[in-house]
Design a protein around this ligand. Sequence first.
Ligand code: 2HG
Ligand code: ZN
Length: 478
Amino acid sequence: MTATGSLPASLHDALEKVLGSGGLLTASSDMAPYLTDWRNLFHGRACAVARPANTQTCAEVVRLCAEHGVPVVPQGGNTSMVGGATPDATGHALVLVTSRMNRVREIDPIDNTMVVEAGVTLKAAQDAATNAGLMLPLSISSEGSAEIGGVLATNAGGNNTVRYGNARELVLGLEAVLPDGQVLNLMRRLRKDNTGYALRQLFVGSEGTLGLITTAILQLQPKPKSIEAALCAVADAKTALALFAAFRNTEPSAIQAFEFMSGLSMNLVNTLIPEAALPLSEPAPAYVLVELASPRGGDALRELMEEVLGKAFEDGLVSDAVLAESEAQRLALWKLREEHAEAQKRAGASVKNDVSVPLSAIPTFLDRATAACEKLIPGIRVAPFGHIGDGNIHFNLVQPEGMDGNAFLARDHEMMDTVANIVRELGGSFSAEHGVGQLKTYMMPSWRGGAELDMMHRIKNAVDPKNIMNPGKIFPAS
Ligand code: 2HG
Ligand code: ZN
């Protein structure tokens, strides 16, 4: 089977005219990078890949596709963990890549906002905000590649949600191309605007199924003048949560990130990522990376960190800790956290469970899910980590050493369902921040069935009656 599907000749000519020669890819070797996901789990086919450079061209591409009944799969940095940006195997769809729309158009220090195009990487957007003396408070492991359009379409969460909320909370304005090619302009940067449905929020978290986000106005924050990070050795998640409570009860507004890493997952990072080095005297059963930040300078934040950690040592919550003494050390601590996904990829086949439960249920969840998975597949490497301050655990399962990776992956639903059943009993969600994509569509009826899924269907049908936008994502095949 080749990667190319069939692009109707009349559509080909019309697209080439609109996009120019560099904007339309049809050779299978050119299209290949856009047809597989980061995890290498999904392999699709497409009739073409379009790379428009502005909203008008995007709109024209979508309009032409709709006219020809050709589905459109939006793609940004292609970092989805759930196959959300990979086309299906039919070869009917066109992949619309937003990476060329990569301008930070404006930063306003009075409004504390930035106007940014869909194809700007999250890292580039953060850097632009920082250079303007401000901060874009959204940080995810894939920020070097992930692009704003995808970040918003999937309502990304990440490391700073504990303080600033998910991507949804940062979106003041939005521009999107609708499935018929109309441009919906919601580019208002208003803190207060009660004029009917907040349509922009429909697109955030819609995973490209309602339209294509082309531009956004994001809420910024003051740039921190002081920032303190510490890596702490803890016994388990229960102790990590007690430490979280200690920070929260002392100065909740100072916490900028509160991350958990199991010993096993950290060990994979140390073994498989050459530049990673654990700065503690010995490995621990689990770790917390806590970061405090304040727009005020001075020593107050350092004192706060030392006060809370000092008491935590006395109370036996923390057995060892290292405080970053420089920006380079802070980044080195973050590297130990950010490389978990990459280390797990290098460790072999893995199954991801991006789940959330109420904070109080995390220790029970980890105990029960670990026991159940170890029973299911003896030798399985349970490697959880994640944003524990948000109740979001990446309960990832790495294949037993020596097992065939495909044999392990063939049992992915068994593992996902085992974990999900426990999550359900504890009142959690089967997808905390990665979305549904195509990986988890099969879970939607049992988790969101009845009136909730019915209402989602009705919205989808009203906005996209021809099912042009990102078919096969979120909704189970009917
Ligand atoms: C992270 O928190 C990302 O690093 C990736 O959400 C999580 O690999 C994963 O499961
Ligand atoms: Zn995450």
